[in-house]
Ligand binder design. Structure first.
Ligand code: FES
Length: 157
């Protein structure tokens, strides 16, 4: 039992800390600090898999009734914006992220082309650049139509 201190209370603070105990305490503090610093860095470098991250897995985006001929719409496929267009050659899906600076494109029904609102660029329904500054075409994603349902394989890029 320890002797009462100046305030008249006995406690653990009155007991001397051994050098070994101090090293153990500093070791735990160092490990806790390292874990606190390294955990978010590791999570940033290797993010945990999220549901819907399986690139290539078909995702139901819409019904053909929702997307009649000549119409186009941007949908989220595996957390990526994808533009789906009902063209005379069939239903097509392309990345909706402009290859210039990453703006989200839209379907310009009047021009029959995919348009980027940021720098007035246009892409064909095959993704090729018609005009404007984008350096590359839009990536094309595989589409399946089963009954009335349109499926797009989640893009991996
Ligand atoms: Fe699309 Fe610049 S971001 S043209």
């Amino acid at each position: 039992m320890s002797e009462p201190n100046e305030s008249g209370q006995a406690g653990m603070l009155d007991q001397p800390v051994s050098r070994r105990g101090l090293f153990v305490l500093l070791g735990f503090a160092g490990l806790a600090t390292a874990a606190g610093v390294l955990t978010p860095i590791i999570a940033y470098i290797w993010p945990p898999k999220q549901e819907g991250d399986q690139a290539g897995e078909p995702v139901a985006v819409a019904s053909t009734l929702d997307l009649p001929p000549g119409k186009g719409q941007v949908y989220s496929v595996n957390n990526r914006p994808v533009i789906v267009i009902n063209t005379p050659e069939g239903i097509k899906a392309l990345s909706a992220v402009c290859t210039h600076l990453g703006c989200i494109v839209y379907w310009d029904e009047q021009r029959g082309a995919i348009a980027c609102p940021c720098h007035a660029a246009f892409f064909s329904t095959n993704g090729d650049v018609i005009s404007g500054p984008p350096p590359d075409p839009l990536p094309v994603y595989p589409v399946q139509v089963v009954g009335d349902q349109i499926y797009v394989e989640g893009g991996s890029s």
